[in-house]
Design a protein around this ligand. Sequence first.
Ligand SMILES: *Cc1c(COP(=O)(O)O)cnc(C)c1O
Length: 376
Amino acid sequence: MNTALRQSREVPFFNYQALVKPQRKELLDVMGSVLDRGAFILQKELAEFEENAARYLKVKHFLGVADGTNAIEISLLAAGVKAGDEVILPSHTYVATAAAVHFIGAVPVLVECGADHLIDPASIKKALTSKTRCIVPVHLNGRTCAMDPIIEIARTNNLLIVEDAAQAFGSRYKNQAAGSFGAAGTISFYPAKVLGCFGDGGGILTNDSAVYEKLYALRDHGRDRDGNFVGWGKNCRLDNLQAAVLNFKLQSFDREIARRREIAALYGEVLGKVSEVTLPPAPIAQGDHFDIYQNYEIEADRRNDLKEYLLKNGIRTLIQWGGKPVHQLEALQFKSELPYTDRLFERCLMIPMNTSLSNDDALYVAERIRAFYRGN
Ligand SMILES: *Cc1c(COP(=O)(O)O)cnc(C)c1O
């Protein structure tokens, strides 16, 4: 293979300024139209986006909410999780997943992930107690968990499933959308997520109409669709300006995913033979999975040296969650022993994966990783 390295360059991990650039005029028109009509809360664009998102994901219901964390909290409530219940989730997730469990008075129980970096069914089984009520699989990095064994554990133990699909809008397993396997699934529209808005935003998908009705009221002060108060609720509505942006961006979402999959294929081609790194599955080798590559999380020998070498070469990388899975956050005082996850966090690294990368950028990143292990 060609050994002449591409010229040195700066590759940011994520470029927030670039988000608006390709469609600046169209986006400002969309936002201007909302502002001119004074249509801020629970308006037409929100309803349209919810309908389009449900159709896109092939689910019965989609509900816009304030953010991905509130989405988890009210989904647990609507599914029927109660104070004191134990809820099993992977430690390799954002602290928000555990916080949502905590703030409804339930108990987060952290378990291991497997080689796919997703919750490990064997570890779920070990964590079951008489208080276990719910499993929260987290579809990390744009890959849907292999759901069959998880569904089987839930079925045989009479447990609920609420999926954290914050990183997996449009990802599928056996041709079924991430988030649609359990009572409800939650999405984040944080700007750096695959489908991002220009502030905070979130959503919930469900095929269960009873759960949907509960969610509808929980999102808006306990009011049902006729405006009647049917119980306690929160305020966690998705504002209409963000909904308008999302509705617009959904139109070109397939293109965004196709581009991410192209970049993953490029990484796979150059790095596939580097024995010191383990890559996520390439787009062509996914079997039951359709991955949307929210992130590209590799495992790497001498991870910290590699990270520093890449930085010296202008390439920004990131270790997920600031380098610590939830059970390692001292302030939260978990006593879990999760050696597999501990070991993974000495090796995992996210390299740039977003639609503002050019092919040359991606090839530069891959070449530098290869050069690091070759010692040149
Ligand atoms: C982003 C994220 C969240 C939180 O979403 P917000 O919209 O920031 O509240 C929860 N879980 C996971 C796995 C995430 O990546």
